[in-house]
Design a binder for this molecule. Structure first.
Ligand SMILES: [Zn+2]
Length: 334
């Protein structure tokens, strides 16, 4: 990836375009970040306006790099949804509104540079596998748990894309046939049970029909003053309440962890990886998630080798770094 020479002034422009915000950076060939900035996506303006913002921000970053004495050599863009990476087309995205946008061609033309387009979770997986928590492993499954659940299977630094650009959708593994209906229309998908939004929804549902716990004997253990109303609790709040010993939150958290372990066990049966890197918003719960998840996954292993389960290391910058790596890869192929 790096040419090892001193005085390498090459830099790549990288953007990770999400439903609410864009994480953008100038990244050196060794993966270090020279400059980072963020912009709102304002997806409500429609996909054409979002594309114009992407192009303007990318151009601004390239100008900034030149002004600092660097040479922009490529641009990488990550987007959510269905992405045809070979054709460089953002095929479909619920969050951003893209429909068949030839983003790679548009960015390449605007900047006059080679460009790459990737799927946000797949490039995030590439970044975690090469630079982050999976850097010591050859076979990595990166699992992002947030509003939804998606994964990237990365072998030797490259993520499988699939025949239709939809590899890694483990959020739609069936784990609870009689469970809640998923956004995809089917009941019982993993992300309908274990995503951050599913945890919050389940907790609100159960809390509505359950009286609150009696006041704790140890007032320090349950900081109720800082907790939102039960109906408005986020997954992080549910984790906090569970850690503080609230029975209902503990039950919701356990149910989510058990279902997640079922999904990951299926993932291990399919991919046989060394390391599973857990990222996304829910991973901020740290060992409160990973500890019980490790134990539940251990219980499900028969002849399969148990993977190492670790928290992601790059946080929400993984997608942006992965977009940069994808851009660097296009240079190597030229
Ligand atoms: Zn589904």
């Amino acid at each position: 990836m790096t040419d090892g020479s001193t005085g390498d002034d090459r830099i790549v422009v990288a953007l990770d375009v999400g439903g609410t915000g864009m994480k953008c950076a100038l990244v050196r060939p060794d993966g270090s970040v020279a400059h980072a900035e963020r912009h709102p996506t304002d997806a409500g303006r429609g996909p054409d306006a979002v594309v114009q913002t992407v192009l303007a921000v990318a151009e601004g970053l390239a100008d900034r790099a030149r002004a600092a004495g660097s040479t922009p050599v490529a641009c990488g863009v990550a987007v959510p949804g269905v992405v045809d990476e070979a054709a460089g087309v953002a095929v479909w995205s619920a969050n951003v509104g893209f429909r068949d946008v030839p983003l790679r061609r548009l960015v390449g033309a605007r900047l006059g540079l080679p460009a790459a387009l990737g799927h946000d979770v797949r490039v995030g997986g590439i970044a975690e596998a090469r630079l982050g928590a999976g850097r010591d492993a050859r076979h990595v499954l990166f699992v992002a748990i947030g509003t939804g659940i998606a994964a990237a299977h990365v072998v030797a630094g490259s993520a499988a894309v699939g025949a239709h650009g939809a590899a890694g959708e483990i959020g739609h593994i069936l784990v609870r046939p009689d469970g809640p209906r998923c956004g995809c229309g089917r009941p019982g998908c993993l992300e309908a049970v274990s995503s951050a939004s599913a945890i919050a929804r389940r907790y609100a549902e159960l809390a509505a029909g359950t009286p609150p716990d009696p006041p704790a004997t140890d007032p320090v253990a349950v900081p109720t003053g800082t907790m939102p109303a039960r109906g408005a609790a986020s997954a992080a709040d549910v984790a906090g309440r569970a850690a503080a010993g609230e029975e209902l939150a503990g039950r919701v958290w356990r149910e989510a962890v058990e279902a997640l372990a079922d999904g990951l066990a299926t993932g291990q049966a399919l991919y046989d990886v060394d390391t599973m890197v857990i990222g996304g918003g829910l991973a901020r719960a740290g060992e409160q998630l990973l500890g019980p998840l490790r134990a539940a996954l251990h219980d499900r292993m028969t002849f399969h080798r148990e993977p190492r389960l670790v928290a992601a290391a790059l946080g929400d910058e993984a997608g942006c770094l992965g977009a940069a790596l994808l851009a660097l890869d296009t240079l190597e192929r030229r």
